[in-house]
Design a binder for this molecule. Structure first.
Ligand code: GLC
Length: 748
């Protein structure tokens, strides 16, 4: 019999906790003020400086000796003359290194710093560990963010981030430049795969899960890292689709779509944020006090550290041209609210800021605001007590358990888009299949950028025991499978297909991120288009496997293919996960976290407006995606039914309970997702045709079962941003959609 604490005791405990937390915060604040009072201006500026490892490593910048090693003279100069407080990454993108080498480097830096820094302020080391501790050789590489979003499984995303945090901190690195909370609504953008997709609610839910995973219960835990929400904000919507080019986002759209995932993640306790390199409607965010003070600090209440992105203070004068020179750029960025400069390759920032303080153009008190945030973060991370933990704390880096988690995440993400006549799964059909395509024989294409190197382009990348799609298919189908080269010649293809019942064509997109991965159109590369056309011309079933960063246009190919599997960038276990789904050992769990366009010029999102819907005979406006948002087929069958709604009127003081049952049946285990949408009949701002408001994802064991779910929906769940930039939930009729079920309610 469960016993509950009396409400009075709960209230008392809650009050005690909040008072204790306030006392701790007050104590920490006094501690930081005391330390600040003993610091020189130069030391404060050093704490506001983040340099790349390459500045203190052996070799020339961006041509380091490998494996990376510390150049003690360079390190001493950075610490003694510039009092640098923070270092990042692997040295000018020079790539991953072993865990042992990371530990050697981090311990050398921390020990040298302890000998030099007269206040005992440790170095804060930061890195991009965006789908595992990618820059540590042998670490677990998980599916990239867009794939994780496709799992619609926040609990799984939390576990993936917990394992990433573990393997990152194992190297002595307590700060992870992750997650990306930019909304994926511009599929041309080179970093689309780094987002959680196009929907605010899905991205918000996944972002909160990532924060829970990365930061855990305490930042000082040996298994936690400080998260870094990026890139605040509006970075993912460049008008041209090209990285770091102007985003034309009116304030209402900014508040409706691009800010909520950040606000929710800050509320979930995110410790730091990285600022968008681009501009919003002509104002670079790095000088935008509206964004950095009004929105970030006053509205969102964020009290943590705001760090620039790469060299973004210099770019204010060099690229954006909003500052006459770099000194003016430093003044503008610090005045706007930047706390730390990812400079990252020199000390000009330090010299310029020192001049500005000496000239009285930046008051020292302004530096104190930023340095206090940095000191408090280092204190929360436990860096004043212990900078690294014994190697024995970390026995699970690259472990079987983490590997299994990566595999499960890939299976839960991979999305079955088409399956004509139940072509899939292949196993037990005793058919003979061929496999080819660039994605069939590659490990680096399964991972994409931000893997063992920045752009992820190392075609020789291998990871002991991890399999390509072709290798894993060979394990599953044995002599039923003929493995062809990526691009077999026509004769070889025809000859093989005479003895085969069908062919699997594994398509892939070259890895890359940021400006180097800009494209002019979402077209599938010509050689892959031809490969699919040749395969289709043979007249036997063609199964397409798509390992893309973004939704490349495959409309013609899909219409003729028998089945289509979209893997996103599924990580190191993606070969095995894809093969197990193709051959029926696992059921694909994913659903699209974006709307799949039919052509490059037809980018319309599921939460489109009614003017984007087909109406009357102007069908050219019509919303006709290749595949809809949340589309995903499964080998399990399920239906949501018996939906009950506790009330049909919603007002400021009540809530509606929505209850429904999911019936599942199938011979495989796997997960099922049921999205819940709503639409408004009308509103003061054009309402979306439909909008995601909740979803449930259940993991099912084989057999028949059903499970009932209940959600509380409040009036605020139906809110939007009106013309006066207020978040409102206007009265009026609303329709709820769950599967094929609809229910009318009225908001009062
Ligand atoms: C890059 C990226 C950012 C990353 C940073 C450090 O330019 O924009 O996402 O965290 O530099 O590598």
């Amino acid at each position: 019999m469960k016993r509950f604490l009396p409400i009075s005791l709960v209230m008392l405990l809650a009050g005690w906790f909040s008072e204790t937390r306030a006392q701790h915060a007050e104590q920490a604040s006094r501690w930081a003020d005391s330390l600040l009072s003993r610091m020189t201006v130069e030391e404060k500026i050093g704490q506001m400086t983040l340099i790349d490892l390459g500045v203190v490593a052996k070799g020339k910048p961006c041509a380091l000796e490998l494996p990376q090693a510390i150049d003690n003279d360079k390190l001493r100069m950075a610490l003694q003359r510039y009092h640098v407080g923070n270092i990042l990454n692997t040295g000018c993108g020079s790539g991953a290194m072993t865990l042992e080498n990371w530990r050697r480097i981090i311990r050398t830096i921390q020990e040298e710093n302890q000998a030099i820094n007269r206040h005992g302020i440790s170095i804060l080391y930061g890195i991009d560990a965006i789908h595992g501790a990618n820059y540590t050789l042998g670490s677990t590489l998980f599916p990239q963010q867009l794939a994780q979003a496709a799992s619609w499984n926040p609990e799984l995303v939390e576990r993936v981030n917990r394992a990433s945090a573990y393997e990152t901190r194992a190297a002595g690195i307590p700060w992870n430049f992750s997650p990306v909370l930019d909304l994926g609504r511009q599929p041309l953008w080179s970093r689309f795969f780094e987002t959680y997709g196009e929907d605010v609610y899905l991205a918000t839910t996944m972002g909160q899960a990532a924060i829970r995973g990365l930061q855990g219960e305490s930042l000082s835990s040996p298994y936690s890292v400080a998260a870094c929400l990026k890139h605040f904000a509006g970075y993912s919507m460049p008008l041209s689709g090209k990285d770091r080019t102007p985003a034309w986002i009116p304030e209402r759209e900014l508040r409706e779509y691009f800010l909520p995932p950040f606000a929710a993640a800050f509320n979930a306790g995110a410790a730091t944020t990285m600022i968008n390199s681009g501009d919003i409607s002509g104002t670079p965010v790095h000088v935008d006090s509206f964004m950095l003070q009004q929105v970030l600090r006053r509205e969102m209440g964020f009290k943590g550290l705001a760090v620039t992105d790469w060299e973004d203070i210099y770019k204010l004068s060099d690229i954006h041209r909003v500052a006459a020179n770099r000194k003016e750029a430093v003044r503008m960025a610090i005045e706007a609210g930047i706390d730390m400069s990812m400079t990252p390759n020199d000390f000009q920032f330090n010299d310029l800021l020192l001049d500005l303080v000496k000239e009285g153009r930046i008051p020292e008190s302004r530096l104190d605001v930023s340095v206090k945030r940095i000191l408090l973060l280092k204190r929360q991370l436990g860096l004043f007590e212990q900078t690294t933990f014994a190697d024995s704390f970390y026995t699970a880096v690259g472990s079987e358990a983490h590997r299994k988690l990566s595999y499960d995440a890939a299976v839960a993400s991979i999305t079955l888009l088409k399956n004509e006549n139940n072509t899939l799964p292949l196993e037990n059909t005793r058919q003979r299949w061929a496999i080819c395509g660039p994605g069939a024989h590659s490990m680096h294409l399964l991972n994409g950028a931000w893997s063992r190197s920045w752009q992820g382009t190392d075609t020789t990348y291998r990871h002991e025991g991890r399999k390509t799609i072709a290798q894993a298919m060979q394990d599953n189908l044995g002599d039923q499978l003929r493995v062809l080269p990526a691009f077999p010649d026509a004769t070889q293809l025809k000859k093989t297909m005479r003895a085969a019942d069908g062919i699997i064509v594994c398509l892939a997109e070259k890895p890359g991120t940021e400006i180097p991965c800009n494209i002019d159109a979402l077209d599938l590369p010509a050689d892959q288009k031809k490969l699919v056309a040749d395969a289709l011309a043979i007249g036997k079933p063609v199964v397409l496997v798509c390992t893309f960063n973004r939704p490349l246009i495959i409309t013609e190919e899909v219409e003729k293919a028998a089945a289509v599997l979209y893997t996103y960038l599924p990580g190191d276990e993606g070969g095995r996960a894809t093969a197990d789904i193709l051959s029926g050992k696992a059921s694909p769990g994913g659903r699209l976290p974006f709307t799949y366009p039919r052509s490059s010029g037809d980018i319309v999102h599921y939460d489109r407006k009614h003017t984007e819907n087909m109406y009357s005979d102007f069908s050219a406006n019509g919303y006709r995606p290749l595949f809809d948002f949340a589309h995903g087929l499964s080998y399990l069958t399920h239906v949501a039914y018996a939906v009950k709604v506790s009330d049909s009127v919603l007002n400021d003081s009540n809530f509606i309970q929505l209850q429904f049952t999911v019936l599942h049946s199938g011979s495989l285990s796997g997960q099922l997702t049921v999205p819940v949408y709503y639409s408004r009949a009308y509103a003061s701002i054009t309402p979306p045709v439909k909008k995601l408001i909740r979803f449930v994802t259940v993991e099912r064991e084989p057999g028949h079962s059903n499970q009932t779910f209940a959600f509380a929906l409040r009036k605020s769940d139906f809110s939007f941003i009106n013309r006066r930039m207020e978040r409102v939930s206007e009265p009026g009729p609303v329709t709820l959609y769950i599967g094929d079920f609809t229910k009318q309610i009225t908001i009062r």
